[in-house]
Design a protein around this ligand. Sequence first.
Ligand SMILES: [Zn+2]
Length: 113
Amino acid sequence: MKSKPPATAAVADFKAQVADWAARIRAKPRQIRIQQMRRKWASCSTSGTVSFSTDVLGQPAAFREYVIVHELLHLKVPNHGKLFKTLLRAYIPNYESIRPKPLPSAVNAYSST
Ligand SMILES: [Zn+2]
């Protein structure tokens, strides 16, 4: 019972935030998972499962929001093309200046496979 999972309340809050954003973006994740991920902040699958790293929970609110929106948008746009960036900017106008605190080389390691 002591393998330091994130606090239950923090996970519940985060999932609620994801659900709020999903409604706002009109994305429909089939499942939202929060799990340990070594190299990535988040990923989404073609089946509609969106997974977030437990590490995201310890990041600043602005970055958490960025990761959520980024990943949910992939349910609509599977790449990082022009449309993706336009939508991202519409929801998070300053997204380009949002950076996580400490980081392996993970920012670009989003995967949508
Ligand atoms: Zn991405």
